[in-house]
Design a binder for this molecule. Structure first.
Ligand SMILES: [Fe+2]
Length: 295
């Protein structure tokens, strides 16, 4: 099986392109690298773009892009996807720096973009705003969580890191505990987008910065049970939930199969498992999210 190895970027429609560009550059601290009349490309480091914004009537997450290993056989990957009865399109020069890409839809209609190579960019970290290390993960509400989870595992090569009971799954495509998480819901939509910060100090600085700029937290700071990441959530101007996190669990060696040991783990070693639906799975520190958080 050919597996995707990392998330490269996420594309959003927005009804107010200028306002969202302002948020992503002045608050989050990404760099605006290219601007078209109805689109903006925002970067932090190795990728030409980590977030793409496009002018549209309604705010939503439209696409996610994943990168394979540089020596992956894209033709074989195309067959792998098609073997599940999924229609795949091949595109040449679809986006800046990406010469070749396959696109297809996941079970909820989000467009998957898979590419192997991109032209290298010498993009430096930004110098204003929060400036995350990277785009970490994207979480979705989905109407059939088992079907969606099977898609990411069987088609894209993700692995299951943890389940909460049978309704919330955390999937990895790299050493990071999760790059996609999916919660069973009445309707499908993006739940949140998450950016990795350096450490607790960076998270504190970010929370203080958000407060001075008029972005109150809606949950956190805390430490999740599942994934064990420090977290703080706020909403961007389009109303989308943005998570800032640090210290996410990592499986450095898939053959060993456990997360790197940490003092806050209850299991020794901490391995992928099914967690009970318990408050400590959400926040070890005990404070629960607002009632509408998972809607
Ligand atoms: Fe998250």
């Amino acid at each position: 099986m050919i597996r995707v190895r990392r998330i490269a970027h996420a594309d959003f429609d927005t009804p107010d392109l200028e306002r969202q560009v302002d948020y992503y550059t002045e608050i989050l601290g990404l760099t605006l690298v290219a601007k078209e009349k109805d689109a903006a490309y925002l970067a932090n480091t190795n990728d030409h773009h980590s977030v793409v914004l496009r002018r549209a009537s309604e705010a939503r997450c439209v696409r996610l892009a994943f990168q394979t290993a540089p020596d992956a056989d894209l033709a074989a990957f195309k067959k792998q996807v098609e073997s599940h009865g999924i229609k795949v399109e091949s595109k040449k020069d679809p986006e800046p720096t990406i010469p070749e890409m396959l696109t297809f839809e996941d079970t909820k209609g989000t467009i998957m973009e898979v590419f192997r190579e991109r032209e290298p960019v010498a993009q430096r970290f930004g110098e204003k705003g929060i400036v995350p290390l990277k785009l970490g993960h994207v979480a979705f509400n989905v109407v059939d969580v088992k079907k969606a989870s099977d898609f990411y595992c069987d088609v894209l090569g993700f692995r299951v890191s943890d389940w909460m009971a049978d309704f919330f799954v955390f999937l990895r495509c790299s050493p990071d505990h999760h790059t996609i998480n999916l919660v069973d819901s009445k309707r499908s939509k993006m739940h949140h987008i998450a950016f990795e910060l350096r450490n607790w100090g960076h998270l504190q600085t970010a929370c203080d910065f958000l407060a001075t700029k008029g972005y109150p937290l809606i949950w956190g700071p805390g430490r999740h049970g599942i994934g064990h990441n420090l977290f703080a959530y706020h909403r961007n101007p389009d109303g989308q939930i943005v998570e800032l996190f640090a210290e996410l669990d990592r499986i450095n060696d898939e053959d060993l199969g456990y997360f790197e040991p940490r003092p806050w783990h209850k299991d020794r070693p901490q391995k992928p498992k099914v967690w009970a639906k318990d408050p400590s799975a959400s926040n070890i520190w005990g404070i629960m999210p607002p009632a509408d958080f998972l809607d």
